[in-house]
Design a protein around this ligand. Sequence first.
Ligand SMILES: [Zn+2]
Length: 172
Amino acid sequence: MNCTKCKTLFPDLLLDPRSVSSAAADDAHRHIKSCSACLTEWTELQAVMQNLEMWNVPEPSPYFETRLSARLREEKASPAPGFFERLGMRLQFGSRLQLRPAMAAAAALLLVSGFGSYEGMVSLNRTPQPAASLSATVTDLEILDANAQTLQQFAAFDDPDGAMPASSGATN
Ligand SMILES: [Zn+2]
């Protein structure tokens, strides 16, 4: 077995070892033992996979699902957009396409400066909605959500370890 063939088996060996035939797996492991380049890559990939298994995915805010389902119900109940509304949406979408490199640069800057978080990315991509179109339920849930985030940030300040929770965003 050569390096190229061995490396193409790495994803399957790591993610779904049962999909690789035992003969191919044995060949690959024999090659990994004899080839320092493949051994380095293999150990690095294994370390990445172990880190991913230990990684705790940040929980969404407690009101996220309730708010989402309320928004979905509203969208279903609302009448289909007329011609001018669709034209407006298309224009808005077009201008967002032109802004995309700028948004990507801003997101990269956030990541580089260590403040990048899932919420930061989401708030960059969130299209501003006119407040009048939201129902009282969704508005209430958004207020609760904002309060929960604020409390979470205060809790982080009070934390004696000084550790910020992973879900706190810099751009709230
Ligand atoms: Zn090799």
